[in-house]
Design a binder for this molecule. Sequence first.
Ligand code: PLP
Length: 431
Amino acid sequence: MGHFKYSDREYKRMKNNNLNLADLTRKDFPLFQNESTIQQKLIYLDHAATSQKPIQVIKALENYYSFNNANVHRGAHQLSQKATEEFEAAREITASFIGASSTKEIIFTRNATEAINIVARTWGDNELKEGDEILLTLMEHHSNLVPWQQLSKRTGCVLRHIGITQSGELDLEDLHAKLNKKTRLLSLVHISNTLGCCNPIAKITDMVRSFGCLILLDACQSLAHQTVDVNSLNIDFLAGSSHKLCGPTGVGFLWGRQRLLEKMPPFLGGGEMIQEVFLEKSNWADLPHKFEAGTPAIGEAIGMGEALQYLKSIGLDNIHSWEQKLTQYLFEKLNSIDGVKIFGPDPEKDLHRGSLATFNIEGVHANDIAELLDSKGICIRSGHHCCQPLHRHYGLNASARASLSFTSTHKEIDYFIEELSSSIAFLRKNS
Ligand SMILES: Cc1ncc(COP(=O)(O)O)c(C=O)c1O
């Protein structure tokens, strides 16, 4: 299947007519074209939880299930070969999207959570001993905390957590103070799904390398918003989820350096991950199949490949600069509301920050705000966003979060701010 690509003509037309990225791309998303959602005035500001899907991705799934459905790497028949070709093409696209040196370094998983668990279960169980240290941060998503807690129980390794500064950024001095010869891994988020800060990874890797420590990057919130290149970041592992990248749910990936993946034992056992099986023992297939036991999410991986091509065709730099403008606008508008406190750095200070704003409103519960906004067709997130330790640090059990994408518009933000202000006034009056 040929992959979708915006033509230079379309870009020129966009620029000549003073149009923006949302004007160019919203037509690709059935949700934004649907009569009933337009009538409801549905405003989706929850892109950080999961992204909407463009028609190109939906069609790739439909095409696979309609015409190419077969199991991969097994059948001698043509249909299986076709499915295998498309599945492996998705691996190539994924490798190229993050600048990986080889497709052997891309392991398809169910999601980013599974990718992190693979490293904890295989590298961690194999390499760590009592007293070894793992560095995490206070801003991690639960999926980058719990697997290491489980590993610590199994091996006796020690978990240490880097704090955050007053402005809601990673405290690099604390990182420096906590690094030592026992530190074996730093596992941290690229862009925080709550604070929105973009951690300065290249700077961090420079600090960490002299201690011989490995780095795992949780890139869930960065991959769809800016160029991420594993070699220039100088990291060792990266976890990503398709559903945050305009792709289907049920698939994600782990990238790891080949020399590390080769040394790591398999994660799950079963079909596909073996070379030979005897009654008493087995030996393992080469990378990446060693880590992919059982039938994978074939159509979904193909859909993820199409989604990555789609993002590439729009251009990650174009996406970043449009979202940067929108985020500044969102911050300005939110800051103009009395009693609103936004967490994390200002977009003028952190030029790479995520296109989201997490906020708290004096005297008003985030869940009440989210419910009232929902009644106006506005989807935001409320709760702890899978970052309970971070919320505890701020003395909160919940916050509200509005998150944007390249399809977002100033008009959407205006409507959100208008309805947010009247919801706050209503709740204050009735409390
Ligand atoms: C920063 C971050 N890490 C990890 C995850 C987990 O992603 P998934 O549930 O797709 O595994 C999320 C999802 O919200 C996230 O925002």
